[in-house]
Design a binder for this molecule. Structure first.
Ligand code: UDP
Length: 238
C-alpha cells in the first residue's frame, strides 16, 4: 500500500529496497517507470490531473526531498527514508554496468548528455551507453523510436517535471526499454555542469537552501515548499 500525501501515493521503501525493485524491473519483460517526486512536483500534481495520473501510474514512486518525509510524518504515516532520485539513478547505472545492460541518456541542454555519458563510462567500467539525446525536442514519438533503435534496457529521462513523467507514461512502452526513470537535473550533475550540494547541506537536510543560494532564480519555484507544508497541515486538520 502506498502512503498518500496530498493525492500522490509514495512507496514506503528504503534505498536498498528501491534498488532491488529497480533490478527486478530492469530484468522483466515489459516497460516500467520510476518517479521521484519532491514537494514541488506534488504541488504540480494538485493542479495538473495529467501530471498526477502519470506520477501515480508509475511502478515505483520514491520520496525525493526532505519535505515529503516531513509531510508524511506530519500526516502520521511516516516513510522509511528519503530516496533521492540521483542516488537511485546512480545505483541503477552501477547495476546496468554489472549486468551488461544498455543505458540511454535523455534530457538537458545539447551536449550535456554526451558529457554525462563520458563521465559515467569513466566512473563505471563496462557501462554501455546506447545513445543520448538532448531534452529540447518538439516531437516525442521520434525520440521514443530513437531509444528503441538504440536497444536501450534503461533510460534516464531528465526533462524536468512534469514533462518527464508524461513522456514516460505515454511513451515508456514504445521505447522498448524495461526501466525508465524521471531524474530532473541529474544529467547536469553527472556531466559536471551543476554540482550537488556539499555533504554538510545534505546531512542537515538543507540541500534546497544550497540550490537556492546557487541559483536564486529558483526562488519562485521554492515557494512551493512552504505551500506544500501548508497544504499538509490543511489535510491533517481534515
Ligand atoms: N529540461 C529539458 N527539457 C525541457 C526542460 C528542461 O531537458 O524542456 C532539462 C533541464 O535542462 C534540466 C532538467 O531538465 O537539465 C530539469 O532540471 P531541474 O533543475 O528543473 O530539475 P529538478 O532536479 O529540480 O527536478
Amino acid at each position: 500500500m502506498r502512503v498518500d500525501i496530498l493525492g500522490v501515493g509514495f512507496d514506503n521503501v528504503t534505498m536498498s529496497e528501491a534498488l532491488a525493485r529497480g533490478e527486478q524491473m530492469l530484468c522483466a519483460d515489459r516497460a516500467h517507470y520510476v518517479v521521484t517526486p519532491n514537494p514541488e512536483i506534488v504541488e504540480t500534481c494538485r493542479e495538473n490531473a495529467a501530471a498526477k495520473d502519470a506520477v501515480n501510474g508509475a511502478d515505483l514512486v520514491l520520496p525525493d526531498g526532505i519535505g515529503v518525509i516531513y509531510g508524511a510524518k506530519m500526516l502520521k504515516t511516516p516513510l522509511a527514508e528519503r530516496v533521492p532520485g540521483i542516488e537511485f539513478g546512480t545505483g541503477m547505472i552501477e547495476t546496468c554496468a554489472r549486468l551488461g545492460k544498455r543505458v540511454y541518456l535523455l534530457g538537458a541542454k545539447p551536449g550535456v548528455a554526451e558529457q554525462a555519458a563520458e563521465n559515467l563510462i569513466a566512473r563505471f567500467p563496462g557501462l554501455i551507453v546506447s545513445g543520448t539525446h538532448d531534452g529540447y525536442f518538439k516531437e516525442d514519438a521520434p525520440v521514443a523510436a530513437a531509444i528503441r533503435d538504440s536497444g536501450a534496457d534503461m533510460v534516464l529521462v531528465c526533462l524536468g517535471a512534469p514533462k518527464q513523467e508524461l513522456f514516460m507514461a505515454q511513451y515508456g512502452e514504445a521505447t522498448g526499454a524495461k526501466l525508465l526513470m524521471g531524474l530532473g537535473g541529474s544529467l547536469d550533475i553527472f556531466a559536471g555542469v551543476a554540482q550537488r550540494a556539499p555533504e554538510f547541506y545534505c546531512r542537515h537536510n538543507l540541500e534546497w537552501l544550497y540550490r537556492l543560494v546557487k541559483n536564486p532564480s529558483r526562488f519562485g519555484r521554492m515557494l512551493k515548499l512552504p505551500l506544500f507544508l501548508l497544504h499538509v497541515v490543511g489535510a491533517k486538520r481534515k
